[in-house]
Design a protein around this ligand. Structure first.
Ligand SMILES: Cc1cc2nc3c(=O)[nH]c(=O)nc-3n(C[C@H](O)[C@H](O)[C@H](O)COP(=O)(O)O)c2cc1C
Ligand code: SF4
Length: 662
């Protein structure tokens, strides 16, 4: 008997019986070629079905050629998707997981395309975020798109999927019709509330005409678009009341956010530090208003929270999308009460939506296997000979390598010169907005280490004698990086600090006036500025980038900018640090090459990147049959590369024959 009696109770949604309440909501994998899901997408979802998810909603599938979000959008309206859908349905059903398709038209929201089609919408109202001005759809186009929803639902049904979700969330096309903020039409699809609702009502009617009663059809909507002018919870309640009165809707999947605005877009995939489960008060209101089953998601990562949400009647299904990206086995682990072995999502958004936005296949910082199931499972399944593995350095790369090697049955010794694990995570955990990311990752690894057979030796500097004594078959160097200091005058001034020194308490007296220099456009400079301003220093943040946070995903940049504005941090992009001359700090404009001098300052904080600790590898590379270097000591990059190289370097150890392909 499981402790999660609500989460693991069965439920009927429309015509679909679900074995539990755990849902993977629609999310693009970018594993789509010519409109068709690829075998990589299949392998990705099979892992989550095998792990016990009750329902998987496949990623947005365009209902019409005018509605492709990117060149890697599923062509849901085209019968060429059927064979791939058949395969997905067949494989997922083997694990008792049900599968829906998400029917999608972005309207004015077009992320990217090889050729920029004319964007369609209810009216010519721009998407500010993508800089797109759509043209108003004429009546024939409206009828054609409505028909596209019906045809796409039929494709899903013919392929053996269990249902469809019509995407009305995040300000996509149906919402562009129902919102008075975007719909300025004067015909029967605009003006009054009933007229603005006509588009979605006709979509649902047409879908039912195509699929018949023995299918499941619901919608996804943003209860609060989180914008200055868009739909709020009161509007959403009114929309739901009207819909359920006028047409059959089997479920409402509640989320928040809006694609067309910066602040709204954050909520499409909310990063840390946005609160866990923050949509569940909204879903409760929608459930009460509509008296139909409701799904809710966004930052729900803990089965305890998910169980409470169902138990309290706030939702019937709980979206745990990134929680399942990180740990596909979460449902199986939760049902048997093995909570300690669950890896939690960090909320970093780096490799899930971060990859999507860069046109790359889905990945995950904490689980580098995610999205690479097809490529890496044969390596996991290959026959290996047991090896003695010495891992030097317990940052994310070394930790991931050690734990993977241990799970593969090797003998692992992990040596770390500091007294704690984590490497740079120990710095990151002191950064105000990155704290949760670092602490969650540290917690994931700490719990795993405690359950492993790894011989963890903290506070020990590795020596040649020690290596000779261990006689490892494999050495993995994962000794990280150190701050890069620009080669300009004055950096040896004691008033010049690195971000590492600032956060690790080696700062001394900082004084009132602090200049922070960000060279790389990543989190350290911004976090240093926020940290100092919160402690009442006068802070100017200089950035050598076109805009602040240039290398960070937009949704997180939105949160950083909000914070910087709230704190009134003085932000100046386009300058680098030109050194200190006669007690004056030189700023150099990257475009004009003109310099400015600053006389009044007390402390300079440098966030100017990192250099690799490559020396150890050069010294030990002959001391074992296999010696590798991974993560920052190979080249300073991000945690994503660190965990990926940790995984792959360990999976390659001792392989003697290749595994069975998936
Ligand atoms: C890579 C990625 C792609 C996404 N694509 C879609 C999509 O196609 N349709 C959609 O409605 N939501 C999409 N989302 C949003 C998710 O469905 C979900 O609402 C979001 O990840 C927040 O839930 P979570 O905290 O459980 O992950 C996407 C999310 C991610 C991470
Ligand atoms: S990349 Fe980060 S936010 Fe995305 S699923 Fe992985 S841990 Fe979670």
């Amino acid at each position: 008997m499981t402790q999660f009696k609500h989460l693991f109770s069965k439920v009927k949604i429309g015509n679909t019986e679900l074995k539990n309440r755990i849902l993977s909501t629609a999310h693009q994998t970018n594993y789509v070629e010519n409109g068709i899901p690829t075998p990589e997408m299949l392998a990705y979802h099979v892992a989550r079905a095998k792990g016990g998810a009750g329902l998987i909603i496949l990623e947005a599938a365009a209902v019409h050629s005018s509605g492709m979000l990117t060149s890697h959008t599923i062509a849901g309206f085209d019968e060429k998707v059927i064979p791939a859908y058949v395969e997905i349905a067949k494989k997922l059903h083997q694990y008792g997981t049900k599968v829906f398709s998400q029917l999608f038209h972005g309207g004015r929201e077009v992320v990217s395309s090889d050729y920029r089609n004319a964007a369609w919408s209810s009216s010519s109202e721009p998407s500010f975020r993508f800089g797109i001005m759509p043209r108003p759809m004429n009546i024939e186009e409206i009828k054609d798109v409505i028909d596209g929803y019906g045809i796409s639902a039929l494709m899903a049904k013919r392929a053996g999927l269990d249902g469809v979700e019509i995407c009305c969330s995040h300000g996509y096309l149906p919402a562009q019709f129902w919102s008075s903020n975007t719909n300025y039409r004067t015909d029967e699809y605009g003006g009054t509330f009933e007229n603005r609702m006509r588009f979605i009502v006709e979509i649902l009617q047409r879908v039912w005409e195509y699929v018949g009663d023995d299918f499941t059809v619901g919608i996804r909507m943003s209860a609060d678009e989180m914008t200055m002018d868009g739909t709020n919870v009161a509007d959403a309640v009114k929309i739901v009341e009207y819909l359920v009165e006028n047409v059959r809707v089997d479920f409402i999947n509640v989320t928040s956010g809006d694609s067309s605005t910066y602040a709204g877009s954050t909520h499409i995939v909310p990063p840390s530090p946005i609160k866990h489960a923050y949509n569940s008060p909204h879903s409760f209101k929608i459930r009460m208003a509509g008296a139909v089953p409701v799904f809710v998601g966004s930052r729900i990562i803990d089965p305890v929270d998910a169980d409470k949400i169902v138990g309290a009647g706030k939702a019937d299904m709980v979206g745990m999308t990134r929680a399942l990206i990180v740990d596909p086995e979460l449902p199986n682990k939760a049902i048997r009460g093995d909570l300690q072995s669950i890896d939690a999502c960090l909320g970093c958004i780096q490799a899930c939506i971060g990859h999507y936005s860069r046109g790359l296949p889905i990945g995950c910082v904490q689980n580098p296997m995610a999205g690479k199931e097809k490529e890496l499972l044969p390596l996991v399944q290959s026959v290996k000979v047991k090896q003695k593995v010495l891992v030097i350095g317990a940052g994310p790369a070394g930790l991931h390598a050690s734990l993977t090697a241990d799970a593969e049955g090797h003998e692992v010794i992990l040596v770390e010169q500091s007294n704690e694990i984590g490497g740079l995570l120990q710095t990151m955990r002191k950064a105000p907005l990155r704290q949760e990311v670092a602490e969650t990752m540290l917690d994931n690894y700490t719990r795993k280490l405690a359950r492993s057979n790894i011989d963890v030796q903290l506070g020990r500097k590795i020596t040649f004698e020690k290596i000779e004594e261990i006689k490892p078959d494999v050495i993995i160097c994962a000794v990280g990086s150190r701050p890069y200091i620009p080669h300009v005058e004055g950096t040896d001034d004691p008033r010049v600090l690195t971000v590492d020194q600032l956060f690790n308490g080696n700062a001394g007296s900082i004084g009132k006036r602090v200049l922070v220099f960000d060279l790389m456009g990543d989190w350290p400079g911004i976090e240093a500025a926020i940290h100092l301003k919160e402690k009442n220093h006068d802070v100017t943040l200089y950035s050598a980038k076109v805009h602040i946070g240039k290398e960070i995903h937009q949704y997180l940049v939105n949160e950083y900018l909000k914070k910087l504005y709230q704190l009134k941090v003085d932000v100046r992009p386009h300058f680098d640090f030109g050194g200190i001359h006669n007690n004056q700090v030189k700023l150099r404009n990257l475009f004009t090459h003109e310099s400015e001098l600053i006389n009044e300052w007390d402390t300079i904080v440098l966030a100017t990147g990192r250099v690799p600790n490559y020396e150890l590898y050069e010294k030990v590379k002959g001391m074992a049959p296999v010696v590798k270097q991974i993560g920052d000591c190979l080249a300073p990059r991000t945690i994503e590369e660190a965990t990926y190289e940790g995984l792959t370097s360990a999976l390659e150890i001792g392989v003697i024959s290749s595994g069975i392909p998936v």
